[in-house]
Structure formats: structure tokens, C-alpha cells
Design a protein around this ligand. Sequence first.
Ligand code: ARG
Length: 456
Amino acid sequence: MQLWKGRFSKEIDPKTNDFNSSIKFDSRMYKEDIEGSIAHATMLCTQGIISSDDLGLIVEGLNNIKTEIENGELLIDPNAEDIHTFVEGELTQRVGAAGKRLHTARSRNDQVALDIRLYLRHECDDVYKQLTELIDVLCKKAEQYAGAVMPGYTHLQRAQPITFGHHLMAYAEMLLRDKERLIDAKNRMNYCPLGSCALAGTTYNTNREMTAEALGFNGAMQNSLDGVSDRDFCMELASALSILMVHLSRFSEEIVLWCSWEFKFIELDDAFSTGSSIMPQKKNPDITELIRGKSGRVFGDLTTLLTMMKGLPLAYNKDMQEDKEAIFDAFDTVKMCLTAFIPMLDTMTALTDNMRKAAAGGFINATDCADYLVGKGLPFRDAYKATGEIVALCIAEGLTLETLPIEKYKGICETFDEGVYEAINLDKCVNDRTSLGGPAPQNVLSQVERVKNLNK
Ligand code: ARG
């Protein structure tokens, strides 16, 4: 049943109704719709706009509807135009005239703008909790692997020695910012549009501050056109989620690489890996590949929202009904990804011997060799050039910086002495990198402490 009967002489064409209806995707906001309606009715009563008898009937009716939807007694009509129509229609059937008074000084335009905000507040909290859990897992692993030397890469070429703990904490930092972005967006979203009505407020003596407060908002939105027109909060949240997915996707890509026989830096638990239907030897990191793939969905949701909004004149336009599928999909996807990713990471083991072996090749201590010459008084550029020549010599002779004899060092640069071997020792290279944010194990442990505190 439509709410907009009076002007029309025919029922809506059924296929058009299917096209027009949003019930398939907005029925998940039934709780928020009811919560908003109760706050609205309470305000109407306090302001003397409806009677307390009507309020009693409305509140009882709405609470019953909520309970019955929850316990499966009441099915949401798939042909209703939207969840707002369904709840109001159901209420009116139950309580008669009082139900018809609920929509005084309100429109579905401010109602939907309210419901999405209320719904997304919970979604933000869910993702926030999951991120907290993920960061905790990272801190735990980083503590465990604070001293596990591995190669750090640039251009996917071995670059300088770091530790696995240091590498993991880089992601913990990114995820902490993701949490902050979510909270920032949530706080900016947390202003109440209810009472903006269709677009131009109302002549009734409403109290918008009262509903804003009752619903836990920071305040009421200050312009009624803005209240019903913008979906910036959806775009902002989808941006924050997209950035989060970029982080998860990069991490996933690294895990895919680390699982390969070429790296073999980690082993995933069997419970979080998959096999092949034909190749018996295979153990595949499907979860991480799916996360890498699903990042595209979330970026798509953001693009949908931006594109949908960019040409709309104020105030409400039906195009905006498209906001919900996009932002709900973004949250659903992120939550699903995190649900799989967290235990997968928690049960993953690092193959620290392989990491160390990889760190021992590829001349990742060449910068330390140059720094050693600097310590002996050479300008860095000269030290850099001499070390470059040493590396070229090692490659030509099939040796490493550790195995190249001291005479050969001296042949290229007089300044070298036996001390070079200690200077290029991998553990020393890592242990000495004590600069703020660097990979020295005690630094990593203090990074972990800091992040744990911020993650509370
Ligand atoms: N189902 C609509 C939506 O999701 C609710 C608002 C309808 N308002 C209107 N004037 N048609 O956007």
C-alpha cells in the first residue's frame, strides 16, 4: 500500500512498483526506523502536537512491531514501497488514527536521512571493534617476531634489513589511522536531520534538539535543505572504507607472495587455506586473494555514491535511494573481509629461518657497509661509490659482502679494515637502527606498547 493515495486514481503498475521499491535493501533499517519514530512521537506529544493517549498507542504498537519482526512473527511485506511505508502502514492497521498522526511534521525525506545515519553508526562501531581486534593480533605477532630479521624491499628488490615485527607494525599504524578516519566520519555524521521534514521544515512547534538528544546525536542539523539533501557521510565513510581496503589488499598481496615457494616466509594454518581440485600439492591463500579482489567492490561503491550525487539539485531526489545498497555493500564487504582476515593472521606462523636466509642474500647490508666507511671519515657519496664497486666485485666473483676477503675490500678502498665484517653483520645492522620508528627490536617493542595504548 502506498502512503500517497489521495491524488491518484489507480494502483501503481506492479513492475513499476518493483522498480521503485527499496524494501529489499532498506528493510534492514527497521529497528532504526522504529527508534526514530518513537523519538519523533515522543517529541510531538511533549510539544502538545499529539495527545499522550496517541503516544501510548504509537509506542506500544511500534515496540510490538519490532518484537514481532525480530521473532519472525511479522514478515516484512516485499511489495511495500520502503521500510518507512511498511512500518507506518502496519502501525496504522494496529492502532488506527494514532498511527495516522505519527507522520505529522515529518517526511520520508528526513526519516530516511535519519535512519541511514542511525544504522551506519552501528556499522562504524562494528568495523571499529574488528579493527581493534586486528591491531591487537598484529601487536601480539610483532612482539613475538620483534627480532626476526627479514629483508625490507623497495621495488620488490631486497633493500635493507628490517624485522618481521617491524613490518607488521607498519600495518598496525595504517589500521590505527583507519580507525581514526571512521570515528571522524562518524562524528561528522552524528547530527540529526529529523524535523527537516520534506525540505522546508514545518509550521508546527517542533523541538528538533529534543529528538536529536533522545537519539544520541551531537546536535540537530542546522539547515533543513541540507538535512535531507546530502549524503556526504555515505561518501566519507565509503572513502574511509576504501582506504582501509587498500591497506588490507596490500597486506593480502604480501601474504600471497610470502606464501609462495619463492618466498616461503610464512605458513598459513590449514583452516584458513584452500586446495586445488586437480593439483594435490597445492595450498592456496584464497582468503587473501579474495580480499584483494573484494577491495574493488568497495571502491566501486564509493564511485557509485560520488557519481550518483554529483549532479543532483537540492533537495531530495529519488536517485538518492541508490545510496543504501552502495554503502551497505561497502560495510558488509569490509566486515566479511575482516572476519576472515583476523583469525587467518592470528594463526599464521612466520618461517623466520627463511626470512633470515633471504636477508643474507641480495646485499641488503650494503648501506651499512657504506655507513661504516662514513664512520671512518669518508664523505657518504665516496663511501657509496666504493661500496657499489665492492658489490659489483662480489657479483663478478660469486661472493657476498660477508665472504669477500679483506684484501679485496682494501683493493677498492684503503679505508677498509677487519671491522667491516662486524659492521655488516645482519643482527647488528638491525639492532643499530634505533632511529625513531626504526626496526631495532627494542624500538619495535616500544612501537607495540604505544599502539596497544592507542588501540584501547
Ligand atoms: N525509499 C526512499 C529512499 O530510500 C525513501 C524516501 C522517499 N522519499 C520520497 N520523496 N520519495 O530514498
